[in-house]
Design a protein around this ligand. Structure first.
Ligand code: F0G
Length: 362
């Protein structure tokens, strides 16, 4: 086995900072904190597309296969690396769950103290388990994400803590690498890119990534950016902040996105759109992608899939288009929701061959 200068086998994927260093604000001396995030699969869906009556190629970028099972690891490897580089000792974030899981993991690896503020009662169980296991100080506030982020911003002003929410520009830098990977995997830019929108950092990051790759001559052309919010938490679509956002897709239960302007820029500059879908439509798409393709995502990811279904019905997508969609988090993050949404409960029976055979219909 051949080893490189850091004693890793040559063929190892060393993480996105290593892979895309020339596009990132790092130097040879930057102390990279990585869990080998990135390099997630781009999966072509055929059964799902025919089930929804589409006439296009659809690929899912399955970001649930990152080390903490969400796309946040892309931004977090950068944010924690830069926090270590500047000598920070405490990192903090507000979160609907995934950012806190990722921050807690990377902080553990970097030996930094991590504090996370979560909206009490509106966190998927897997995400809470992660923050606790990785050893973050976990604070559940009696309020929502927007209120938690407001407190975090004020704490950031003391200069004693490093904020690792996506208002930290290094988060956007890391997350933009997903666009690079998609272009590398497809050998071109897609025609449309669908993704969920919550605090709006990710749509901002993807658009930045696509533009930088095009400017660098790696691809020709840019996708239309198509973002989806949940109907009860759709400030960008409704045109004003929502004080009491609601949706079962708790990851995107956000009423006043920090990167609102970034999302508008992405939509306008790419001639795309930002739209909203109901919780019922989200659940329908959530189940459909699992049982037609074997891809289990968390409910927020189903928002753009529900949006795609609506776009097909509205004849919004030209035939033959190449579409990519980001599946931002893994379905196992939110097992309670999955069990409550599944059409089927386990069949219970006695422990003998006859009972089981009868249930199967043999
Ligand atoms: N999908 C998932 C699974 C998320 O966790 C988030 C955001 C989004 C989509 C929306 O991305 O905020 O960049 O527009 N989760 C944040 C968190 C808010 O705290 O984990 P965005």
């Amino acid at each position: 086995m051949q080893l490189d200068s850091s004693n890793q086998p040559i063929a190892y994927w060393k993480g996105l900072i290593h892979q895309y260093a020339s596009f990132l604000p790092v130097t040879a001396d930057t102390p990279v904190i990585s869990l080998h995030e990135g390099n997630t699969p781009l999966i072509k869906l055929d059964r799902f597309v025919s089930a929804i009556g589409g006439d296009f190629d659809l690929y899912l970028k399955f970001e649930g296969l990152n080390p903490t099972a969400s796309f946040k690891d892309r931004g977090m490897t950068m944010a924690i690396t830069k926090a270590v580089e500047k000598g920070a000792e405490v990192v903090i974030c507000a979160s609907t769950g995934n950012t806190s899981a990722s921050a807690a993991a990377y902080a553990a690896r970097a030996n930094l103290k991590c504090v996370v503020l979560l909206p009490d009662g509106n966190i998927a169980m897997g995400k809470l388990a992660q923050a606790l296991m990785y050893g973050a100080q976990t604070i559940a506030i009696r309020g929502n994400f927007d209120q938690a982020l407001d407190i975090v911003r004020q704490l950031g002003e003391t200069g004693k803590v490093e904020i690792v929410n996506s208002i930290n520009p290094f988060r956007i830098e890391g997350q933009k690498t997903a666009s690079f990977e998609i272009c590398d995997q497809l050998g071109r830019a897609p025609d449309y890119h669908f993704l969920p929108v919550g605090n709006a950092g990710n749509i901002t990051a993807y658009w930045k990534g696509y533009r930088e790759y095009e400017q660098a001559g790696r691809v020709k052309g840019l996708p239309h950016m198509c973002g989806y919010q949940a109907a009860g938490s759709a400030p960008i679509v409704d045109g004003h902040p929502i004080t009491a956002p609601e949706t079962l897709a708790t990851a995107i239960r956000i009423g006043n996105p920090a990167s609102w302007q970034g999302a508008l820029d992405a939509m306008q500059q790419s001639s795309g759109w930002i739209d909203k879908v109901t919780d019922e439509a989200i659940v329908e798409a959530y189940k459909l992608v699992a049982n037609t393709e074997g891809i289990f995502v968390e409910p927020a990811c189903a928002a753009p899939l529900a949006g795609l279904i609506a776009s097909v019905r509205a004849n919004r997508i030209p035939a033959g288009s190449l579409i990519t969609a980001t599946m931002t988090g893994h379905g196992l993050k939110d097992p309670d929701r999955a069990i409550s949404c599944a059409a089927q409960k386990p069949d219970l029976c006695d422990a003998n061959l006859d009972s089981v055979s009868r249930l199967i219909g043999l």
